[in-house]
Ligand binder design. Structure first.
Ligand SMILES: [Zn+2]
Length: 305
């Protein structure tokens, strides 16, 4: 058996090339995983576009309709930071489908990874910070509604606080939100996760990994989640344009090994999304994102899932 990885050609949406958001990274990540032998083509699963009804488990019908039909007001569109196109709207929905599928496969096989996802700044009635629909929140509710899981732990290690996710699940004991992020980074107004761990600017590998280790095992044994959703943003990397932390490639890889093996060793299924990552050097960025799949592959083999 091999690690399930979710990829869809629609993750690649044509975006005006003068924009800084690197859409091509999804396709390049898929190609790198194949080229480096991290995964075979048979390991890739293709998600469906979820119905708007599923997206509306989290988002208001007004927002979903307005976004999907390209009718958002300019102010709301600017808050997202990505120019609207039908292709982007389609990619956005399919990426949500990818995270739902990753979660379903993780429950069947112990672990699964998306090659997209992690749009944690999306709130019920608006998008923000390159995030349109909150895939982590939607996947959580879809699985809960289907009666497949009750308790979910969201581990958000993107360098930015998972403010949308925190807001959505505030006061909801069935979804526990954990966010470890740079304290002075976007979003300026933080929401309250169940546990927030603000990190100081410039934090390096060892301190970061020790901080993580001081939370994760206890969280798992206290919450005993039916499923862990992991946002593996690589923007805590030292070379990231927006991150303000100082993790190396080795640090990111050690982080992924730490999260994945801690969950799998405890018997907790884990579904992973790639989260944020921003640099002009696309090759380095794609490699950073691939560290998740490389670590997942190793842990998957090691534990014979
Ligand atoms: Zn981020």
């Amino acid at each position: 058996m091999d690690l399930p990885i979710i990829y869809h050609p629609n993750y690649v949406a044509p975006i005006p090339t003068n924009h800084r958001f690197p859409m091509a990274k999804f396709q390049q990540l898929y190609e790198l995983l194949l080229a480096d032998g991290v995964a075979e083509t048979e390991q890739f699963y293709t998600p469906e576009r979820p119905s708007e009804k599923l997206i509306e488990l989290i988002h208001t019908p007004e927002y979903v309709q307005a976004y999907c039909q390209g009718n958002l007001e300019n102010k709301e569109q600017r808050r997202i930071g990505l120019p609207w196109s039908l292709a982007l709207a389609n990619r956005t929905c399919v990426a949500v489908g990818g995270t739902i599928l990753a979660a379903e496969l993780a429950l069947q096989k112990g672990m699964a990874c998306n090659t997209a996802g992690g749009t944690h700044h999306a709130f019920p009635s608006y998008g923000s910070g390159f995030c349109i629909f909150n895939d982590l929140a939607i996947a959580s509710r879809v699985l809960q509604t289907q009666g497949i899981v009750e308790t979910i732990l969201i581990v958000d290690l993107d360098v930015h606080q998972g403010d949308g996710t925190a807001f959505i699940f505030q006061g909801d004991d069935s979804v526990f939100t954990f966010s470890m992020h740079c304290e002075v980074n976007f979003p300026r107004t933080k929401q309250q996760s169940d546990i927030d761990v603000p990190l100081s600017v410039g934090m390096e590998d060892d301190e970061y990994l020790q901080t993580l280790a001081s939370y994760l095992p206890d969280l798992l044994s206290q919450i005993k989640p039916d499923l862990v959703l992991y946002d593996a943003g690589v923007d805590p990397h030292i070379g990231d344009k927006l991150g303000k932390l100082a993790l190396t490639d080795t640090g990111i890889y050690r982080r992924e090994m730490q999260v994945l093996s801690t969950c799998v060793a405890g018997g907790y299924p884990i579904a992973c999304v790639i989260g944020g990552g921003y640099t002009d050097d696309m090759k380095s960025l794609v490699y950073r994102h691939s560290l998740l799949h490389r670590a997942a592959n190793q842990v998957y083999q090691q534990y014979r899932l």
